[in-house]
Design a protein. Structure first.
Length: 290
């Protein structure tokens, strides 16, 4: 078994009532790797991400994080889950940043960052504050330590949320569309922080609609549609030269800001060709730095 694999997911299914959202997901993430997850709304991206740390409990399949099994399907088809203490221990090493900032509104930026290290890891307040100041500086918000969330822009709040997740010294960071709730001009601030984390070797699973960011930063891209991984490969291959017609349709819709065609609709171009402008996603990926 490859010791470089930090996350291993196999046969992952998730249903909500009669609705099957994930229909058999298999993937691995190596240590230090950045994997971008793309796909249309409702395809199962966020559900898959939330299953990785059991914020959603899978209906079937197996999830392993850092050589610890969170859940697995038994021979009789039932699911076995790790005990609460084990899940809590794993989550201490998995940071997650959501679409919404989820900051405590009555806490300052500093207090938001020190809460978990003190409550969960038992750090002294002085040690937690020292680390929090370092982290806030690293996300460009050292001067906002005493500000409350309502005094911060959306981009600043999201960067505080990233600092808060990093305060637990995670081995893995999960990002769920973290720029979707901020104005486009503020998204760049968040993407720059994530880019730096990637350069520092942080293992990251990133659900994103920012194709330029995925092209520049991701080692691999997974395209999910209708609860299945339809295509995966390097960012250059998936974004600039997608093999699957559904991937091409999605990327064309992103570029043209048009609705994605449904399955069965006639293809506007021969299979194997790229939609106009897809190669520019990769060639122009440096734009994320602006």
């Amino acid at each position: 078994m490859n010791s470089d694999v930090l996350v291993r997911v196999s046969g992952l299914h998730k249903s909500f009532g009669d609705s099957e959202v994930l229909k058999g997901i298999d993937f691995e993430v190596n240590r230090g790797e950045v994997v971008a997850i793309i796909g249309p709304s409702g395809s199962g991206k966020t559900t898959m991400l939330r299953c990785v740390n059991l914020l959603e409990r899978p209906t079937a399949g197996r999830i392993e994080v850092d050589s610890r099994v969170l859940c697995e399907e038994l021979p009789d088809g039932s699911m076995s889950f790790s005990k609460k203490a084990e899940i809590r221990a794993i989550r201490e090493h998995v940071g997650m940043v959501f679409q919404r900032f989820n900051l405590f509104p009555h806490f300052t930026a500093l207090e938001n960052v020190i809460e978990a290290p003190m409550a969960v890891k038992g750090l002294s307040r002085s040690d937690a504050e020292a680390r929090a100041h370092e982290l806030l500086e690293s996300v460009g918000l050292g001067h906002k330590a005493d500000s409350y969330p309502l005094q911060l822009s959306g981009g600043q709040q999201q960067r505080v949320a990233i600092a808060r997740a990093l305060a637990m010294d995670p081995a893995l960071m999960l990002f769920d569309e973290v720029t979707s709730s901020v104005d486009p001009e503020l998204a760049g601030e968040i993407l720059q922080v994530m880019k730096r984390l990637a350069q520092e070797g942080m293992t990251m699973l990133v659900v994103t609609h920012e194709m330029g960011f995925a092209a520049e930063v991701a080692d691999r891209v997974l395209f999910i549609d209708h609860g299945l991984i339809v295509e995966e490969g390097s960012a250059k291959q998936v974004l600039a030269n997608p093999k699957n017609a559904r991937t091409r349709a999605f990327l064309r819709a992103v570029l043209e800001r048009a609705p994605m065609a449904e399955e069965g609709d006639p293809a506007p171009e021969p299979a194997g060709s790229s939609a106009p402008g897809l190669s520019q996603i990769v060639e122009g990926s440096d734009d994320v730095e602006q």
